[in-house]
Design a protein around this ligand. Structure first.
Ligand code: SAM
Ligand code: SF4
Length: 325
């Protein structure tokens, strides 16, 4: 399956919920969001059906996200079901890590291959502030459990936020000196009600990179091709690597082969545009498998090129917790 610009579509991100056990400042508006009633979210059998369609159309990688995917009941069985779909070669999870201590082992046994854990700081007080109440130790325990369960390589995602965690960049980068992890620094993106905050407090890759090089010396470039969203480097002699994801300063649209399925059953065609195709309504109205596959394929084909920020438009309809990063 390719889109109208010839980009192959192999990667599907599925949001399993719009709920979360943390409330990160760049993801959830201060006043909260109106959660969808569970009946309006995709049920397990609906997720499996849509994933089977995606796999038939050429998707081979699935990443489960949210909201916080580990708060969804029945996650382990759902992972097992997705991993068993013919054509799906890789099932990964993006999580805040809080529940990994108990779930990493069962998830690995069910067929999960890898995890990305979001971690913005190694300072407990800073962590509490950025997540509005979270406990750092839960995440550190979760990362250890993921490694022990064989969910490797561990990747850590850090959103750099001015006034919150710029000074966490160097200690986080230092984790790679003796651990085979990839620590990825992400530019904060503006969505809906958090757009003003995100635009005001964004820290660009150039600045984060400079901070790391001031501390550790010039970085060794590994992959700057733009094939992956992260441009990767290594601190000289380090066991792990560093990634820089720059949706604001260096968009990677030309290589983007990612589709997103929101928890309420919409196929989102670009993270940073509001264009969506409703799959839940035809699914529940009794559309046939072939009809659904055609709706899916036609929507994927329409994917836009170039994100809306380049046109100074901000995606307003949803914030990140309602999309799935
Ligand atoms: N709860 C899980 C987690 O935190 O990893 C999965 C969902 S979360 C929406 C996925 C990723 O999106 C996280 O790494 C988070 O840091 C990132 N994210 C959320 N809001 C963002 C924003 N405004 N700009 C950039 N990244 C954001
Ligand atoms: Fe929750 Fe993840 Fe959003 Fe933080 S980034 S509020 S952990 S969904």
């Amino acid at each position: 399956m390719r889109d109208q610009y010839g980009r192959p579509l192999r990667d599907l991100r599925i949001s399993l919920t719009d709920r979360c056990n943390l409330r990160c400042v760049y993801c959830m508006p201060a006043g909260g969001i109106a959660f969808r009633p569970p009946a309006e979210l995709l049920q397990d059998h609906e997720i499996l059906l849509l994933t089977r369609i995606a796999a038939e159309l050429g998707v081979c990688k699935v990443r489960l996200t949210g909201g916080e995917p580990t708060v969804r009941p029945g996650l382990v069985d759902l992972v097992r079901g997705i991993a068993a779909i013919p054509g799906i070669r890789d099932v990964a999870l993006t999580t805040n890590g809080v529940r990994l201590r108990e779930l990493a082992g069962p998830l690995a046994q069910a067929g999960l291959r890898r995890v990305n854990v979001s971690l913005d700081t190694l300072d407990p007080e800073q962590f509490r502030r950025i997540t509005r109440g979270g406990r750092l130790q839960d995440v550190l325990d979760g990362i250890r459990a993921a490694e022990e369960a064989g969910l490797r390589p561990v990747k850590l995602n850090t959103v750099v936020v001015r006034g919150f965690n710029e000074d966490a960049v160097v200690p986080l980068a230092a984790l790679t000196l003796d651990r085979p992890w990839e620590v990825r620094f992400i530019e904060m993106m503006p969505f809906g009600e958090v757009a003003d905050f995100a635009e005001g407090q964004v820290v660009r890759t150039e600045e984060t990179l400079r901070r790391v090089e001031d501390a550790f010396g010039p970085l060794e470039p590994l992959d700057l091709s733009g094939e992956e969203p992260a441009r990767t480097y290594r601190i000289r002699g380090a066991a792990g690597t560093l990634g820089f994801i720059s949706p604001i300063s260096e968009p990677f649209c030309s290589k983007c082969g990612r589709l997103r399925l929101t928890a309420d059953g919409k196929l989102r065609l670009c993270l940073l545009r509001d264009d969506e195709e409703d799959l839940l309504t035809p699914l529940r109205r009794g559309a046939s498998y072939e009809e659904l596959r055609e709706i899916f394929r036609a929507a994927a084909y329409r994917r836009p090129f170039g994100h809306a920020l380049a046109e100074r438009l901000i995606p307003r309809r949803r914030v990140m917790i309602q999309i799935g990063g």
